[in-house]
Design a protein around this ligand. Structure first.
Ligand code: 13P
Ligand code: SF4
Length: 384
């Protein structure tokens, strides 16, 4: 275990890659040892050989040891845009999670190869909506005669199959940076929105951005017959929210907000919209990872921020803004364990494999699924 570090006055356990060996090897070759002192040099050398043929995309939740190699850092919207625009990059190393790499594959040309350095880098929220469950829910809406006036709006954090369902049924994808625009677009096209899979982003957008009432939203529980709702509840809802959530952001509570405000006079609370409704309501600022970074960067020197999002990003914010006090909103630390799967040994392995002429851990979405998923993603990219 690496040595502890601090953010503001919070003691944190280190995120050293010496844990990598314990996480196991989800790759089909010889994974370099995390203790190899030459890992950084090896990554640089392989990156240099690949030159402009390669692009390394890094989500803001990635570890420092990985993000230092990113040609572009971003939130999920910015990374999807980059993948769609960079037709000259033959190899896209996606340092993020599986749904992001799938979206990159869908948005790139067939000759471009998208590589996820560790295939175990999934997203628990995306796994909360399966294609069968969503199709069952849609059948109920069709039977009740409301499907034709219901527009699906699907969060980027979803499998390609759910994106495909969305495109096929006239809907759009959104990210945390454009959920409001996506929902307004959907209400121009229909009377109801079917928002999946993140109930919190859906509720926060509907109520806090569009001014709908909490009672306008119902929660579809995929584990209960007919979503656990009465026909009347489904028919009268304006927004049907899928019962999914992020296990990282779901941890932040109103008690955390109260506690930090009591402890640090003048602190501003800044959270991601995947947090629970009451937490977002109690915060000073809410926004995507990109927006969180911008807010702290542009804040006055000496200001204090309690940030409710993934810990790698909060630690980096603290390091990159030494003139401000940056705290993690919760006292118990929490990384996104799947984002953390991508470490330097996996990145080196993926880069060196390509240098040796072998594309590993390629993410390839079946064209039957990709076709409609692309329609939904392109609708998002074209949102005003
Ligand atoms: P962003 O779209 O803000 O990058 O968030 C993605 C994500 O997975 C948050 O948990
Ligand atoms: Fe998924 Fe949450 Fe991790 Fe984002 S932070 S990738 S939503 S589990």
């Amino acid at each position: 275990m690496s040595s502890p570090s601090r953010i503001g006055n919070l003691l944190l356990l280190g995120q050293g890659s010496d844990l990598a060996s314990e996480r196991g090897v989800s790759c089909t070759g010889e994974l370099p040892k995390a203790s190899d002192p030459d890992l950084v040099a090896r990554a640089r050398a392989a990156r240099d050989i690949l030159g402009s043929e390669a692009m390394i995309l890094g989500h803001h939740y990635q570890r420092d040891e990985v993000i230092q190699f990113a040609d572009l850092r971003g939130d999920s919207f910015k990374l999807a845009q980059a993948a769609a625009e960079r037709s000259d990059s033959k190899y896209i190393f996606f340092c993020g999670v599986h749904f992001m790499a799938e979206s990159a594959d869908i948005l790139t040309s067939p000759s471009q190869r998208v590589i996820l350095p560790d295939l175990a880098a999934g997203c628990s929220m995306a796994d909360m909506a399966s294609a069968n469950q969503v199709s069952d829910a849609w059948k109920v809406m069709q039977e009740l005669g409301i499907a034709s006036k219901t527009i699906p709006v699907t969060y980027m954090n979803s499998t390609a199959a759910i994106k495909s369902f969305t495109g096929e049924n006239g809907g759009t994808i959104c990210t945390s940076s454009n959920a409001e625009r996506a929902m307004r677009w959907a209400f121009e096209k229909g009377e109801k929105v079917f928002f999946l899979p993140d109930q919190h982003l859906g509720r926060n957008t509907a109520v806090l951005k569009l001014g709908l009432k909490l009672e306008d939203c119902v929660l579809w529980n995929p584990w209960k017959p007919r979503g656990g709702l009465s026909d009347q509840e489904i028919k009268s809802a304006r927004v049907i929210l899928w019962r999914g959530h992020c296990s990282v952001h779901g941890r932040f509570s109103v008690a955390n907000v109260t506690e930090v405000r009591d402890r640090i006079p003048g602190v501003k609370v800044l959270v991601h919209p995947e947090c629970q409704h009451e937490v977002v309501k109690g915060a000073d600022v809410v926004g995507s990872t990109e927006m969180i970074i911008k807010t702290v960067k542009e804040a006055p020197s000496g200001s204090s921020w309690a940030v409710g999002t993934e810990l790698n990003l909060v630690k980096r914010l603290a390091a990159e803004n030494p003139d401000k006090q940056v705290y993690f909103l919760d006292k118990t630390v929490c990384y996104c364990s799947t984002m953390n799967r991508i470490d330097l040994p996996h990145l080196v392995w993926a880069l060196e494999s390509v240098v040796a002429g072998k594309v590993v851990n390629e993410i390839k979405v079946d064209e039957r699924v990709a076709h409609h998923a692309r329609v939904a993603l392109e609708r998002m990219l074209a949102l005003p």
